[in-house]
Structures are given as structure tokens and as C-alpha cells.
Write a protein that binds this ligand. Structure first.
Ligand SMILES: [Zn+2]
Length: 108
């Protein structure tokens, strides 16, 4: 499809009724496709600080970075994400993780 024709098609979708829009999304969704980012269940919130071992109630939410929620420890002041200190911390291609079983929580 030519670029100009594609832009015209995109503009036409703005005129669709909500039911037509919903149907279009259903038709364009590939069955069995996985989302680009691992789900929240795949990366559970940390049980405590990976740096000083403080309990989970000492952690505060500290925004997001690289698609992962960040936390800050009230005891040591360091920031981290749910993968810090775990085997998955520096792995790339997160979009391919959902095809693998969930990681095991480290025991303390
Ligand atoms: Zn800490």
C-alpha cells in the first residue's frame, strides 16, 4: 500500500463508530500474539531491598525506567527495579520472555 493511501486509511478510522473500531481492532489482532513487554505477573514486586535486605514495607515506588517500575529503599536510599540482584537483571530481549516460565523468587 502506498504511504499516502495508508495515511488516508488511518484518517478514515477516525470516523468509525466505537463498535466498528472495536471490530477493526479484533480483526487486526493476531491470535496468540504476546504483548511486547513482560506482564506484571512475570516480574513480581520485590519482597525487600536487594542492597541492604530491608523489608518490603521500607520500599517506596520511584517511577519507571526502561519499562520497569523503580523502587527506592528508605533505609539505604538506593534505587532498584524488580530485577536488580536477580539472574534476569541484565538479560535483553524482554519481549521474548513470556515464552519462558516465570523466574523463581530468591530466598532470603
Ligand atoms: Zn536498602
Amino acid at each position: 500500500m502506498r504511504h499516502a493511501a495508508f495515511i488516508e486509511l488511518l484518517n478514515q478510522t477516525k470516523q468509525l463508530a466505537s463498535e466498528q473500531r472495536k471490530r477493526l481492532v479484533e480483526d487486526l489482532t493476531v491470535p496468540g500474539a504476546v504483548s511486547a513487554e513482560p506482564s506484571a505477573e512475570l516480574i513480581p514486586a520485590p519482597a525487600g531491598c536487594p542492597h541492604c535486605g530491608a523489608a518490603g514495607d521500607r520500599l517506596v515506588s520511584w517511577g519507571q525506567s526502561h519499562g520497569l517500575r523503580h523502587y527506592r529503599c528508605r533505609d539505604c536510599g538506593r534505587t532498584f527495579n524488580a530485577l536488580t540482584g536477580r539472574a534476569l537483571a541484565h538479560l535483553r530481549k524482554r519481549e521474548q520472555w513470556p515464552s519462558f516460565p516465570p523466574p523463581v523468587q530468591p530466598t532470603r
